[in-house]
Design a protein around this ligand. Sequence first.
Ligand SMILES: [Ca+2]
Length: 368
Amino acid sequence: MEPPKDTDFSTTANIVAAFTSARRQEKCATPLSLDDTTFQAASQQQQMFILINAERVDRGLPALQMDTTLLSQIAFNHSKELIDYNYFGHASPLHNGLFDKANASVDTLLTNRALAENIFGGGIPPAAMVYGYMYKDAGSSWGHRRNILSATATWVGIGFVSGAGTPYGTYNTIDFLGDSADNPYTPPDTADTTSPALDAPTITNNPAGGALAVQVTNVSDGDSPDGVGDVVGVVFYLGAAVVNGKPQTVSATQSQSDPGTWTASLPAPAAGVAVGTLHAVAVDGSGNYMDCAAGAGRCVPTYGDMKPPTMKPPVRPAPRHQPAPCHKPAPHHKPAPCHTPAPPRPHASRPSSVDTPHGAGVATRAGR
Ligand SMILES: [Ca+2]
């Protein structure tokens, strides 16, 4: 479907009109229904949640549940990373390049479960982002749409961060988790919103032309509710953590005898990179991180320093038993394609620039 170029998402009525029109082009007769007062009073996070569930429920899929404590905190921190480290992707430079923002909690969160993620950058409202994920997504073979309409997804976390002067302005991360009756997921009661603390990193050996031995001490994360927020990793880097989209970080090893001490061996600095630009970054199980530069003294967070500004109490999901008329045959007895995700389209069918201005991406990682 060719997206309307000047779609206006500034009012609830316009949002309803845009989504309803897009659905009709897919032979889905069910109009989007939004309560204007509720929607306009909702945060960015809540608006996105409402629209994702409307798209699901109107196609006969169960509503997702919002995890405001762990998944949303992970999503928020990923959006913040995209700004702080000036990259756009799913692999975090703070987790050794793995798609493991939940690295931390990977054993408890992802065991026999699947995590999928949508990310978006752009100075547009949440409704426009959901519209893009659902109806303008040809550039990534409809991966975003498949994630939103995944039959196996059950939980969602949503995080927004805005940064003045950043390439895209507002960054959004949505993390989808699928659990099951055999392996139900329960979010922690409270979010860990405080990053770890650590001493400034030091160089313990700097042989001419050789690898640097580096160390950081007194790494701690004292506030962790439910035990999910302990320090789960430390990385070091010189200069910048990401260069041309590639992580430059090196994972540290935790001392067996002193758990607060982490060490690593860094490759000899590239030309023009000073050893004085050494950084250590400590990460906890909710993706909260503290980046401490050499010579900075001890880096200590303010309590709640990573708290998402839009975080609100859990929003009640849309009713699960709402009729889903999109399941029924459309007029003239043609199949109604809106009850299944659109099939992948070849990349060649759309210029990739359709998506790249928004920097959208998708990745799916099977649980282990
Ligand atoms: Ca913490």
